[in-house]
Design a protein. Sequence first.
Length: 330
Amino acid sequence: MKRVVVLESIHPDGVTALQRHYDVTVCLGASRARILDAVTAASAIVVRSVTRVDRELLDRARRLQVIGRAGIGTDNIDMAYAAERGIEVITVPGGNAVSVAEFTVMQILALCRNAYAIAEAVKANDFRRELYQGVELSAQTVGIVGVGQIGQLVAQRLRPFGCRLIGFDINPALRDRFAELSVQWMDCLDDLLQRSDVITVHVPKTAQTTGMIGARELALMKRGVRLINTSRGGIIVEAELLKAVQRGHVAGAAIDVLVDEPPFHALSEQVNYTNPLLGHPNILITPHCAASTEEAQRVVALNLVEAMVKILAPGTRGRRRASVAVGAKR
Ligand code: MLT
């Protein structure tokens, strides 16, 4: 029986589906040494965004045929080396897009209305409502950086609020789609940064997008801007964001993704994770959970397993492609 190692949490129905076909080891929150050990006999591994599937890991996994990425991003995977080794990488791009879009809208509203600060104050018996006057989303210009699948779903969900939507994407073919969504096309990122009251980032992590919002870009933004990042850590430079929030230029930021992500599987007493962003009251850090809904995780896991089973079936070797994006069936 082929061995599959699940290195990050996926929906339990996905694990059950895998167990019907394979010898499955679930190895969550393991040390690097334990991960490298676990993958040696694996025909397939399942990861999300944390496990570094690099040359070292791939060299240890000599029998590996498939990497299942439960989600969309592949920035934690050495795609070129996987292709060179003939290992297929399966992603499920649409599976969690609605959940990420809904989470983004929630964070936009939370920042506009100081929701988290109010919740904390009330727990501490502080009911001075005059301290927490917010702004109406309807009066804001929301800038969407990256208007692909998730950016478009965010735009659709924001439209009923009556806010002005502007967007920037490097793909000029999306221009018509912008018009359909009533999102005003910005010719360059700088234009979007200068005009937005709220900016939400929805780009993949690549060499071009890493650090795309740094000191210069933050300085271009309006004073009092609110920022949301549910895409990938490092697209907004963390140290520069902190400085901009400290001097009040950025009023608030909701950050779901960090360059060094905290240990998602450890109990709080075992965690000694530090990040300067965690200490600022106007920066809301969440543990990369925008996609964490029952619906999204189930769809992603089951579609991933279905594709994995097809690829690992006897007789498919030699017909493999480097990367397979599975259209999510709900
Ligand atoms: C993704 O790439 O799809 C997301 O980051 C979701 C995740 O890994 O939890």
